[in-house]
Write a protein that binds this ligand. Structure first.
Ligand SMILES: [Zn+2]
Length: 305
């Protein structure tokens, strides 16, 4: 059973290619950059270390970090430290650690990132180009078949933060039983990155309050599948909101609430099964919970003032 579960997880977690029906856990991320779709696909020019993860592993090797261009070399140590911490933390909270090393490929330019998404992650040229200015994506290293993280260092404010955000998406692919909504999965990733790495944007809660008062944040109930996330014109408010949602969930339902929802075997269809399980834990529908997030943010600001 274990081998079957892993094979399915890898297949559904492979890089957010548009050919995949529901790339829920593979949505690209950035905390700082708006997505734009390029009209031209860059011609691959850099010499990448595409097989950088394809050498014998050490017995206890949990991750391997590969600098794919010269500018990325300086960040290898920081990503190794972030992954070591994230892997240890997820092992205790979600009960999963990788059997094969996670490959983290680092790129210091949009163009080498797009090239790497094609040559290492095996994404289509158009899809890769469309997410070329995002900060990161999880997927599969096509040379080893292992789970992988692809980071565009030019597009992120904090490299350890984004590396720590991407790792839980890999864990989610193995731990969840079918179909948690994307707001919940992205919220877990943002919440874990924030608590393990601190925050690259310390005023994010105030920013959220400002955006929410202007009506600029999306409803959680409209963020169910990965396509809805990818279609956001303004992803930053959504990242703020889903992180706040996970903080609030922990406040009202305790630290075990998110891991237990993620592992809930009864959640097979995100549109049907998540809500009843969520309601048992919180006493609220997702919409009622959503309505509490702005007051919660204001309470946090008042409490820290
Ligand atoms: Zn994410």
């Amino acid at each position: 059973m274990l081998a079957i579960a892993i094979a399915i997880s890898v297949a559904t977690n492979c890089g957010g290619d548009e050919a995949v029906e529901a790339p829920r856990a593979s949505a690209p991320d950035t905390a700082t950059i708006r997505p734009t779709v390029r009209t031209e696909t860059p011609v691959p020019t850099a010499t990448l270390n595409v097989a950088g993860c394809h050498s014998p592993r050490r017995a206890d090797e949990r991750y391997r970090v590969v600098a794919q261009d010269e500018g990325a070399q300086d960040y290898v140590g920081a990503v190794e430290a972030a992954l070591a911490k994230a892997i240890e933390h997820a092992g205790s909270v979600y009960g999963w650690t990788p059997l094969e090393p996670i490959c983290a490929h680092l790129f210091s330019h949009d163009d080498s990132f797009v090239q790497g998404l094609q040559q290492v992650a095996a994404l289509s040229p158009n899809f890769a180009a469309g997410i070329g200015d995002r900060g990161g994506i999880n997927g599969v290293d096509s040379h080893t078949g292992n789970d992988a993280i692809f980071l565009n260092l030019s597009a992120v404010r904090s490299v350890p933060f984004i590396a720590t955000h991407e790792y839980p998406h890999i864990v989610q692919g193995y731990v969840e039983h079918g179909a948690a909504p994307i707001w919940f999965l992205e919220g877990i990733s943002e919440w874990e990155a924030g608590r393990l790495q601190g925050d690259p944007n310390p005023t994010w809660i105030s920013s959220f309050v400002e955006i929410a008062h202007a009506g600029g944040e999306p409803e959680l109930s409209r963020l169910v599948n990965g396509h809805q996330w990818l279609e956001l014109n303004e992803p930053v408010p959504a990242y703020f909101k889903v992180r706040l949602a996970l903080m609030y969930l922990e406040r009202i339902a305790g630290p075990e609430a998110a891991p237990s929802l993620l592992r809930d075997e009864n959640i097979v269809d995100p549109l049907v099964d998540f809500e009843p399980a969520f309601r048992i834990l919180t006493g609220m529908t997702v919409d009622e919970f959503d309505d509490q997030l702005l007051p919660f943010a204001e309470e946090l600001i008042a409490g820290s003032g």
